[in-house]
Design a protein around this ligand. Structure first.
Ligand SMILES: Nc1ncnc2c1ncn2[C@@H]1O[C@H](COP(=O)(O)OP(=O)(O)OP(=O)(O)O)[C@@H](O)[C@H]1O
Ligand SMILES: [Mg+2]
Length: 216
């Protein structure tokens, strides 16, 4: 994915002429202090927000030609995009399994297939035993892993993970990093916004933001 000269203005300039590539098959870390624009940039990359100016395209060549616009016109992401949201976005009264399963149901999977894949996705993050539990009864780190399972389950071409390890212990952070690598290994564009130097270290590429500008 290629972002060119992205500027985003909401009252003030939140992103200022950001040009970056997120290649398929690599895990790219997007780092920067709180408020530097990481979530805003991921939202534009995933088609949730429309940039004030600049382009965000999937599949464009190094010359920037021939890509598909990430902004679909509605604020709905393209079907190839999956998110792990910083605020999780889980449905509190549904079970962990149902929260993962609905991501697949929304993409046309049968209930039985979706439930089976959801079980497997929960297992990837070490929470197979929590499938029946209502999400509002889970700990913060458990909810974060359900959010990971929901983002990863669809096998998306573009996986945008916003601080997916912020509430996790070292062991579970390692699990999430290994799963991010797995997604890149099957050819996905994987971007992970993070404050954590250990996560940055484990990624293939690193883009640092400060006050809405690329600094590295
Ligand atoms: N809809 C909005 N309208 C106005 N300002 C916004 C909006 N969304 C975010 N901001 C501001 O834009 C800046 C960047 O926010 P953003 O959420 O992208 O930062 P971040 O790097 O993800 O931070 P964090 O590490 O805390 O998650 C912040 O100063 C924030 O207050
Ligand atoms: Mg953020």
């Amino acid at each position: 994915m290629r972002l060119d000269h992205i500027t985003y203005v909401a009252g003030r300039t939140l992103l200022d002429d950001v040009s970056v590539s997120f290649p398929a098959g690599k895990v790219t870390a997007l780092s920067g202090p709180s408020g530097s624009g990481k979530t805003t940039l991921l939202s534009i990359a995933g088609g949730l927000l429309q940039a004030t100016s600049g382009t965000a395209e999937l599949g464009s060549g190094p010359d920037g030609q021939g890509g598909q616009d990430m902004w679909t016109g509605s604020g709905d992401p393209r079907p190839e995009v999956a998110f792990v949201l910083q605020v999780y976005g889980l449905v509190p009264i549904l079970s962990a399994r149902e929260n993962v399963s609905i991501a697949l149901r929304a993409r046309g999977a049968s209930p039985a297939d979706a439930d089976e894949a959801a079980e497997a996705a929960l297992a990837r993050f070490g929470i197979a035993d929590l499938g029946e539990r209502q999400v509002e009864e889970l700990s913060g780190g458990q909810m974060q892993r359900v959010a990971c399972a929901r983002g990863f389950v669809v096998g998306a071409g573009v996986l945008l993970a916003d601080e997916p390890t912020s509430e996790l212990d070292e062991g579970n952070r390692g699990v999430v990093l290994a799963e991010l690598r797995e997604e890149a290994a099957r050819g996905a564009v994987v971007v992970v916004a993070t404050h954590d130097p250990a996560v940055v270290e484990a990624c293939d590429l690193h883009i640092a933001l400060d006050e809405g500008r690329v600094v590295q």
